[in-house]
Design a protein around this ligand. Structure first.
Ligand code: GLN
Length: 536
C-alpha cells in the first residue's frame, strides 16, 4: 500500500488536544494492523524546544536518538508504542535553518529564495521524510498552533499543495471547539463555521471535522455543520470531554473515526481494531479504587505539563498496581525543615524532579533528608538523583559544602561535576548528553530486579554527572553505584542501601513508559509505595 498522509489542524482555540486526537487515531490504526507514525510541525522559530523554559510549552521530551522535542511526541509514544525520532518534530526554525544553509551552499543556483516555493518545498520534503522510509502505511502530521495564526501559513500552504499532489493518499482532519452558552443552554456552531471558512480561504477543505465539546452534540446540529462546511454528515464527529485521555481512543472508535478515515482514503475496512489490551488497561484504571499518594517535588509545579512524562509514567505504574494515583505537587521553593513533617508524612512515595539551576534546590535536599530518615520510597530523576547524591554527601559523608558545580562552581566537594565532553561547549541548544545510552546494572540491585535485566537502555538529558573520584567514599557509607554506562563508566543509578526503596537515576525512565509497556522502574517504585502504605 502507498503511504497515506493524514493532516490534523486545529481551530477556534488552542489546547483542544490535537495531540491526543492524533495519538488516538494512530492507536486505532495500529490496532488494525497498520504501521503508523505521527509527526508534529511547530510554527515557532526555535530550532527545537530544548532551550525553552518549561513555562512556555511544558516539558521537553527526548527521543531515543537524542532530539529535544515537543511534549506531544510523548503522547504519540505512550499511545502507539512506536518510537519517535528527530524526524517526528519539525519547527519553523529548522525549516529556515536548512533552507538558509542550502542558499549559502549555492544550491538554489542564483534564484531568489522565497517562502513559496522554497520554504514550502522544504516543509513538504520533511512531511514525506518518514513516509519515504517505507516503514509506515500512515503518516499523521499534526500542525501546531491554530488556523488563522500568521506563523502557520507556510505549513498550511504546504498541506494544500500536498493534498493536491497526493489526491486520495492525503486527508485533512480539522479539530474545533463547540462552546456551550450557559445562559442560553445552547451549543454554538458559529466558531466552527468560521474556523472552517478560514481553512477554506487558504485552500484547504477538511475531510473530517472533530468537534471538541463538553456536551453531547445532537444529530441535527452535526448535519447543519456538515452542510455549512462542505463535509459529509457522517464525517462530523464529536469528541466529548473524557475523564482520562486514555479513554479518547475508545471514544473515537465509537464515533467511527478509524472507519471514516480508511473509507475516505480508499482502504477497505475489515473487522474491528484489536483494542483488547488497551481496553484491559482502561478497565484496570477505572476499577482501581484504592489510592496511592505520591509527592512530586519540583519547581515548575504551577504548570503540570512541565512534568508530563513523569506524571503519566506514575499513572501507568499505579494502574498496573491496581491503584488510583493521587499525585501531590510540592513546590520545592516552599518546602523547608519546618513544614517537611506536615507536607511529607501523608505521602506513600516521593519523586524528586529533574531540572536545571539553583532555584528550589534546597527544598529538594529537605525532602530527600526527610525521606531518607523516615525510610519513605524515594525516586530521584536526573537532577533529583544528583540532589540525592549531594544530600547524602552533606549529611552522611560529612561534607557540608558538597555540591554540583552547576550550583556552585567553586565548591570544595564537587560530588556532581560537569562532564568532560561538556567542558568545551558554549552553545546551549542540543549540546547536552542526549538520547538513549546503555546502562549495566548490578544483579542484586533494586533496579535490576525491577527491570528483570542487567542491561537496559534509557534516555538522557544532562550536562553534569556523578564524580567518580568520590565513588569509594559513597559506597563505603551505603550509597551504592548500581548502574553505570559500560563505555564511559558514568554512574547512571545509585541506591541507598538498607532503605525500602531509595533509587536515583541519571537517566529519565519516564520517557519510555507507555500504556502497554509501563516503565518497570516506575511500576516497582509504586509497588514499594503501596507496600509502605500498607505497613503504615
Ligand atoms: N541540571 C542537571 C544537568 O544538566 C540535570 C538535568 C536534568 O535534570 N534534566 O546535569
Amino acid at each position: 500500500m502507498e503511504t497515506k498522509y493524514i493532516f490534523v489542524t486545529g481551530g477556534v482555540v488552542s489546547s483542544l488536544g490535537k495531540g491526543i486526537i492524533s495519538s488516538s487515531l494512530a492507536c486505532l490504526l495500529k490496532a488494525r494492523g497498520y504501521r503508523v507514525t505521527i509527526q508534529k510541525f511547530d510554527p515557532y522559530i526555535n530550532i527545537d524546544p530544548g532551550t525553552l523554559n518549561p513555562y512556555e510549552h511544558g516539558e521537553c521530551y527526548v527521543t531515543v536518538d537524542g532530539h529535544e522535542a515537543d511534549l506531544d511526541l510523548g503522547h504519540y509514544e505512550r499511545f502507539t508504542n512506536v518510537r519517535t525520532t528527530r524526524a517526528n518534530n519539525i519547527t519553523t526554525g529548522r525549516i529556515y535553518q536548512s533552507v538558509i544553509e542550502k542558499e549559502r551552499r549555492g544550491d538554489y543556483l542564483g534564484k531568489t529564495v522565497q517562502i513559496i516555493p522554497h520554504i514550502t518545498d522544504e516543509i513538504k520534503r520533511n512531511v514525506k521524510l518518514l513516509g519515504n522510509t517505507g516503514d509506515f502505511d500512515f503518516v499523521i502530521t499534526e500542525i501546531g498552533g491554530t488556523v488563522g495564526d500568521i506563523e502557520s501559513l507556510p505549513f498550511l500552504e504546504s498541506v494544500r499543495q500536498l493534498r493536491w499532489e497526493l489526491g486520495d493518499d492525503a486527508l485533512c482532519i480539522h479539530l474545533t471547539y463547540m462552546p456551550f452558552l450557559q445562559a442560553a443552554k445552547e451549543l454554538k456552531t458559529k466558531p466552527t463555521q468560521h474556523s472552517v471558512k478560514q481553512l477554506q480561504e487558504v485552500g484547504i477543505q477538511p475531510d473530517v471535522l472533530i468537534l471538541r465539546t463538553e456536551h453531547e452534540i445532537p444529530q441535527p446540529m452535526r448535519r447543519k455543520i456538515a452542510q455549512f462546511c462542505n463535509v459529509s454528515a457522517d464525517a462530523v464527529i464529536e469528541s466529548k470531554d473524557a475523564p482520562s485521555i486514555y479513554e479518547v481512543p475508545l471514544g473515537m472508535h465509537r464515533e467511527h473515526l478509524d472507519e471514516i478515515v480508511l473509507r475516505k482514503m480508499g482502504v477497505p475496512v475489515e473487522g474491528e481494531p484489536h483494542m483488547a489490551p488497551w481496553l484491559h488497561f482502561v478497565e484496570r484504571m477505572n476499577n482501581a479504587t484504592e489510592e496511592v499518594t505520591i509527592g512530586l517535588v519540583g519547581k515548575y509545579v504551577e504548570l503540570q505539563d512541565a512534568y508530563k512524562s513523569i506524571s503519566e509514567a506514575l499513572f501507568h505504574a499505579a494502574t498496573y498496581n491496581d491503584r488510583r494515583l493521587r499525585l501531590v505537587y510540592l513546590h520545592s521553593e516552599k518546602l523547608n525543615a519546618d513544614n517537611a513533617d506536615e507536607l511529607l508524612s501523608p505521602l506513600d512515595g516521593v519523586v524528586i524532579a529533574p531540572g536545571f539551576g539553583q532555584r528550589g534546590i534546597e527544598g529538594k535536599f529537605v525532602a530527600l533528608k526527610w525521606c531518607r530518615e523516615h525510610d519513605v520510597p524515594t525516586f530521584g530523576i536526573c537532577l533529583g538523583m544528583q540532589c540525592m547524591v549531594i544530600e547524602f554527601a552533606r549529611d552522611v559523608l560529612g561534607l557540608p559544602e558538597a555540591n554540583s558545580t552547576e550550583m556552585n562552581p567553586l565548591t570544595p566537594d564537587n560530588v556532581i561535576d560537569l562532564m568532560e565532553e561538556q567542558k568545551s561547549i558554549s552553545n546551549l541548544g542540543g549540546t547536552m548528553r542526549l538520547g538513549a545510552y546503555d546502562c549495566e546494572l548490578l544483579p542484586d540491585s533494586i533496579a535490576a530486579r525491577a527491570y528483570g535485566a542487567t542491561r537496559v537502555s534509557e534516555r538522557h538529558r544532562h550536562r553534569f554527572e556523578f564524580n567518580n573520584d568520590y565513588r569509594r567514599r559513597f559506597e563505603e557509607a551505603g550509597m551504592r553505584c548500581v548502574g553505570e554506562n559500560p563505555a564511559a563508566h558514568l554512574v547512571e543509578v545509585v541506591e541507598v542501601a538498607g532503605k525500602r526503596w531509595m533509587v536515583g537515576t541519571q537517566y529519565h525512565p519516564e520517557y519510555s513508559s507507555t500504556v502497554l509497556q509501563p516503565s518497570p522502574l516506575f511500576v516497582d517504585f509504586i509497588r514499594a509505595a503501596v507496600d509502605y502504605r500498607n505497613s503504615k
